[in-house]
Design a protein around this ligand. Structure first.
Ligand SMILES: [Zn+2]
Length: 286
């Protein structure tokens, strides 16, 4: 009897908590799609973590559904089954979004499965990587990391801190909503390896003038947080943001994601040419 009451209470708390999150997400979702779409894109959201499981996965899944519905820009199918990413099924989608899919190499185990994803993007499909979708690939599946543009190399900037972010490309059509005010975020921010900004257009970086982290920094002081790139005929958008649930009620991040999704879908034409590393970063390099 007592056990069932406790279980009911726990169940109730869970419902209340997710409802509160949903209300916050909906309230923050006052977004303007940069391109008005006639027919919403079809997005496949893959959310299976094969390594560390982020608590934010269900929140971000729901956040993407609400974003698609409220903006009328895209519809979402959710899957945790790698079998859904086969060439036949992928044909139906304009883009795929990987939500915190740690260690994809343990899910995509066959050459056919791996080729299906890479060929889909090379052939013109869109690819969006959220947070730990970059904690994946290298060294077992190098081509995945090559497509994404970098792989997790620790998080000196932890989830409990609030960190300064430099919008290095403030005129870019994914980031021009940030404006000139300093921006900071409470989230876990990654350091990357297998990363070369010559292959990417880096939009935002950790502002180490505001948030240095001593030995955690890369020697070159180049800490990308969001970028876009071409991959064959496809478009790739990467967001290091997405560890904490609260990113889903940060209107700046939501607009960044919507822009990135419209870019990946091929609708929003954004510059992908690489930029040099900002001088304030190179000056502070060790
Ligand atoms: Zn994380």
């Amino acid at each position: 009897m007592l056990k069932s009451v406790v279980m009911m209470m726990v169940g109730c708390m869970v419902v209340t908590s997710s409802f509160a999150d949903e209300a916050k997400i909906t309230a923050a979702m006052e977004l303007t799609p940069k391109v008005k779409v006639k027919t919403p894109y079809k997005a496949l959201v893959y959310h299976k973590a094969s390594g560390f499981v982020h608590g934010s996965i269900p929140t971000i899944n729901r956040c993407l559904e609400i974003m698609g519905e409220k903006t009328g820009t895209f519809t979402v199918d959710l899957t945790g089954d790698v079998a859904d990413l086969n060439p036949d099924k992928l044909k139906a989608y304009d883009l795929v979004i990987f939500n915190n899919t740690t260690k994809v190499q343990k899910a995509f185990t066959t050459p056919e499965q791996r080729a299906a994803l890479l060929d889909y993007v090379k052939g013109g499909g869109g690819f969006v990587a959220i947070h730990a979708a970059t904690d994946a690939g290298f060294p077992e599946w190098k081509e995945y990391t090559e497509m994404v543009g970098g792989v997790f190399d620790g998080h000196p900037w932890g989830s409990g801190g609030t960190w300064g972010v430099s919008i290095d490309d403030p005129g870019h059509c994914c980031t021009d909503h940030f404006g000139s005010e300093p921006y900071s975020i409470r989230d876990e921010l990654y350091k990357y390896k297998q990363y070369d900004r010559k292959n990417l257009r880096v939009l935002a970086t950790i502002d180490t003038r505001v948030s240095p982290k001593g030995k955690g920094q890369r020697a070159d002081n180049d800490h990308a947080l969001a970028w876009v790139r071409d991959y064959g005929k496809g478009k790739v958008f990467v967001s290091a943001f997405g560890h904490n649930n609260s990113v889903c009620w940060d209107a700046k991040i939501l607009q960044l994601w919507l822009n990135g999704i419209q870019f990946a879908a091929g609708d929003l034409k954004c510059e992908t040419k690489a930029l040099p590393q900002p001088e304030w970063q190179t000056k502070a390099a060790k």
